[in-house]
Write a new protein. Structure first.
Length: 145
């Protein structure tokens, strides 16, 4: 068992709380039951004491949680004048630029739509063969293009 000073104990308590192991606010002691639960969850010897293995695993989990912070998703709101969408700032230069250009999403959607129509035209015989049994008139119309 390692002897932790007051600042280290507070840091450990904060880390346990961040990872979902409620240890309370009592700075005198960290509950051994929560330490054992953390140790069991991470394949450590469950002795209820904070040792080197427990501290290093705790630090690795905190580091991994910091790296894996979720990216804010775009928000969409409906107002009386229409629908507005805002993208999070700071995700990348490209997404920030697209968010600043209200026409860019429409252009991108139009380009994807045209590409889809071109694919459908290029593979119209394959699509007609798939629809032959269910919709013979649609299949004939596709073949006539």
């Amino acid at each position: 068992m390692l002897q932790l000073d007051f600042a280290e104990k507070i840091a450990a308590m904060t880390a346990f709380n961040k990872l979902g192991y409620p240890v309370g606010l009592d700075s005198a002691a960290i509950p051994a039951a929560e330490i054992r639960r953390f140790q069991n969850d991470h394949g450590l010897t469950a002795d209820g004491k904070i040792g080197r293995a427990t501290l290093s695993t705790l630090q690795r989990r905190i580091d991994a949680a910091e790296k894996a912070k979720p990216v804010a998703l775009a928000s969409v709101s409906t107002t009386a004048t229409g629908i507005t969408a805002t993208a999070p700032t700071g995700t990348s230069d490209i997404t920030d630029w697209i968010a600043a250009q209200p026409w860019a999403i429409g252009v991108a959607a139009g380009a994807v739509g045209l590409w889809g129509l071109w694919l459908a035209w290029a593979y119209r015989d394959v699509i007609a063969a798939k629809f032959q049994g269910r919709a013979p008139r649609l299949a004939a119309a596709l073949r006539s293009l």
